[in-house]
Write a protein that binds this ligand. Structure first.
Ligand code: C2E
Ligand code: MG
Ligand code: MG
Ligand code: MG
Length: 290
């Protein structure tokens, strides 16, 4: 593996050293440094049950804390992390850190819900990925049913056979599986049946224009109905307004996540939120809730 990366690097240098290539080299070495020196941070975004008005889950989202540039977001480093294979080590770090932190919150009675963690195609493709997850759960004490792994259609489609096998092994452990960004990729209804998932996440692009677009409302409603008929739980991501929440609630969407409730929070800020709200929907949002 190391040799391979060495070879890639060499290839890199032999190309014309344009600015783009230099930037990528900098970013790759920044990610290596970040892995070594603990500069990656996991942030947590709450997910609220519409019916129960309670935080039932949170999603782990990785950030790189740069000493001068501040927080760097996954959009800026994930593509290269995937391409370079560094995503394996980053994914590992997020899994271990998030499981450990959430189990600490659970141990002291601050939190009862689950943690959702994003997976890349490369992780899902590892031979022994489900064994690795099992080992992390054993080490951190987090029960399997408090872990949800988020997978996109496109990452499953990179090598469907291994991916589905990995997914089945994870399900056998009792881990929940969410199909992320639904509606943006293949969005094939056949996959909803073929993939052993428990949860469907409606992509933000469908939620964005719910108030103004009849088409998007019909689409969201159809997705929710089909998902429920297949026994899946539905989460809407990117909920930013009370009207969107009201519409989704009327469509019986189970769980909502988005800036309307909270941005992703640092471990410290999430600890404060859990301590002060005890997982309840904030009063000011509750009053206007549907
Ligand atoms: P995602 O899994 O679909 O995560 C949702 C993204 O939408 C997050 O962006 C989140 O901060 C953002 N978001 C949440 N609510 C709202 C809202 O109301 N409005 C808007 N405009 N955005 C909202 P983020 O944190 O920048 O992450 C981007 C993507 O990077 C994620 O999309 C996921 O695909 C990937 N990612 C993040 N962390 C990890 C990780 O640990 N591992 C892997 N493999 N991928 C990750
Ligand atoms: Mg996600
Ligand atoms: Mg998503
Ligand atoms: Mg998304």
């Amino acid at each position: 593996y190391a040799k391979n990366q060495g070879a890639n690097r060499y290839q890199f240098f032999s190309e014309s050293m344009n600015e783009q290539a230099i930037k990528r080299l900098h970013l790759e070495s920044l990610m290596r440094q970040a892995l070594k020196e603990g500069m990656f941070e996991v942030h947590y975004q709450p997910q609220y049950s519409v019916e129960r008005q309670q935080m039932v889950g949170m999603e782990a989202l990785v950030r790189l804390r740069h000493p001068e540039q501040g927080l760097i977001f996954p959009g800026d480093f994930m593509p290269l992390a995937e391409e370079s294979g560094l995503i394996i080590d980053i994914g590992n770090l997020v899994l271990e850190q998030a499981c450990k932190t959430v189990q600490q919150w659970r141990d002291i009675g601050l939190y009862k819900g689950h943690i959702a963690i994003n997976l890349s195609a490369k992780e899902l493709d590892l031979d022994n990925f489900s064994d690795h997850v099992e080992a992390v759960l054993a080490k951190t004490g987090l029960p399997a049913n408090a872990l949800e792994l988020e997978i996109t259609e496109s990452s499953v489609m990179q090598s469907p056979k291994t991916a589905v096998e990995s997914m089945q092994a994870l399900r056998r452990q009792g881990i929940m599986l969410a199909l992320d960004d639904f509606g943006t990729g293949y969005s094939s209804l056949a996959y909803l049946k073929k993939f052993p998932i428990t949860t469907l996440k409606i992509d933000r692009t469908f939620v964005m224009d719910l108030e103004s677009s009849l088409e998007d409302r019909q689409m969201a409603n159809a997705i929710i109905t089909i998902a429920h008929n297949l026994g899946l739980e539905v989460i809407a991501e990117g909920v930013e307004t009370h009207d969107q929440l009201k519409i989704l609630s009327a469509m019986s969407c189970d769980v909502c996540q988005g800036y309307y409730f909270s941005k992703p929070l640092s471990q410290r800020d999430m600890t404060t939120l859990l301590s002060t709200q005890q997982g309840n929907l904030p009063i000011e949002l509750m009053e206007t809730a549907p």
